[in-house]
Design a protein around this ligand. Structure first.
Ligand SMILES: Nc1ncnc2c1ncn2[C@@H]1O[C@H](COP(=O)(O)OP(=O)(O)OP(=O)(O)O)[C@@H](O)[C@H]1O
Length: 386
């Protein structure tokens, strides 16, 4: 506990004790993104008193959470109300601020441009067509909406879709010093895609080792922090090529990934492939941040009725069986397809909508796992306290 306004010695023992109770009450609150109490996390809790009628409290989390100020303020006030019902602080106003500070993890030697990236998050799927790219772009936008500086690398070398999804088709990145790309700014993200480098005549050439080399170049020769105020991205989201082959493995081994998000649909076959994805990342000691179940429910556009047309509970069961977690479920919705394929993904098109809220929840949960993994002892790439 740390009070900004006066030292505790200035207060009576009764006031000090009550402030300590407030701090303990806040510390016992569960962080929804990790399902852990704040006391079990490296969260900073501050409690202060102006000596008159105002108590100042704040919580600092290690993941972006700008949309959660109001929700947390209400929870803190409700939890502290009984503590402040009597005693010398009864009748005080309780102020609350939610902050975040995304810590950097030391990942050892990395190529110079990647030093401008705090955390690289891979978005992967065991099979194609499950909505990996849609999830990656909306996850990146959601992290940015929650207050982080975010980059997005389209590593889907066989079918780069980022330029379509972010309406940047035909854009070519600026080149600096003859070998560095400047990321293309799009809808608040710093982006790079092979789609920016290919012309109509080139696609057939980009296969196998060449494609893999191009991917490596885009990753390590892009000046990721160039256009960001403090010269540093909090997260670089990498939309991985579908599947679990050599390219995926090489990429996972080559850069220090903070973690991987696995996208699946609830169909049995997709789940089997998603398990391969989980196993591949585990093999190379990359923490699996969790599973996103896409197209989980179909909402009837006429009556609003929701149905699990591909089956229910698959992602949840798989998460439990493979000792990871379900980060969230996205509905099968016409709006997601239309908006994303139309150049304005849902989180940008309807930032306050229900689907954007789901993507933001996934973003907070994934980023919180990055925070937990970064916080774990060296040699323990992932902690799982569920
Ligand atoms: N939740 C959803 N509801 C409706 N349509 C969706 C949803 N998620 C993705 N789609 C649509 O499904 C199609 C495939 O999505 P996407 O390109 O993101 O998949 P992918 O797994 O990245 O595919 P690939 O492996 O081929 O690159 C797109 O047209 C996309 O708009």
């Amino acid at each position: 506990m740390n009070d900004d306004h006066q030292d505790h010695e200035d207060f009576s023992p009764e006031v000090t004790e009550q402030l300590e109770q407030v701090a303990a009450t806040i510390g016992a609150l569960e962080d929804p993104a990790t399902a852990l109490p704040l006391d079990a996390l490296d969260a900073d809790i501050e409690v202060g008193f102006d000596g008159d009628k105002t108590i100042f409290t704040s919580v600092t989390l290690g993941y972006p959470c700008a949309s959660q100020q109001q929700v947390w303020a209400e929870r803190v006030r409700a939890a502290c109300a009984p503590v402040l019902a009597g005693g010398p602080l009864a009748g005080s106003t309780l102020n609350f601020d939610l902050f975040f500070d995304i810590p950097r993890t030391d990942v050892g030697e990395v190529p110079e441009p990647l030093k401008a990236v705090k955390h690289i998050i891979a978005v992967a799927s065991g099979k194609g067509g499950v909505g990996k790219s849609t999830t990656a772009v909306n996850l990146a936008l959601a992290l940015a909406a929650e207050g982080a500086d975010v980059g997005l690398l389209d590593a889907d070398i066989y079918g780069p879709s980022l330029p379509t999804m972010l309406d940047t088709e035909g854009t070519r990145p600026e080149v600096k010093a003859g070998k560095f790309f400047v990321p293309v700014p799009a809808q608040g993200l710093q982006t790079m895609s092979l789609g920016y480098l290919l012309t109509e005549d080139t696609p057939a050439v980009w296969r196998g080792p060449m494609a893999s080399g191009a991917l490596n170049q885009m990753l390590t020769q892009t000046l990721w922090g160039e256009a960001v105020e403090d010269g540093e991205l909090d997260y670089l989201v990498v939309d991985m090529p579908p599947g679990t082959g050599d390219i995926q493995l090489t990429l996972s081994q080559k850069v220090a990934l903070a973690g991987a998000v696995i996208v699946t649909t609830p169909q049995d076959l997709a789940l089997v492939d998603a398990i391969k994805g989980v196993e591949m990342f585990r093999k190379v000691s990359v923490p699996v941040l969790g599973i996103v179940e896409n197209m989980a429910l179909h909402t009837c556009s006429k009556c609003g009725h929701q149905e699990p047309i591909f089956g229910a509970g698959g992602g949840d069961k798989m998460a439990a069986d493979y000792d990871t977690r379900l980060l969230g479920q996205l509905p099968l919705a016409m709006s997601i397809r239309q908006q994303t394929d139309g150049g304005k993904p849902t989180v940008a098109a309807e930032p306050e909508g229900a689907v954007a809220a789901l993507y933001k929840q996934v973003a907070r949960a994934a980023a919180a796992q990055v925070w937990l993994a970064a916080d774990a002892d060296e040699g323990l790439p992932e902690i799982d306290m569920e």
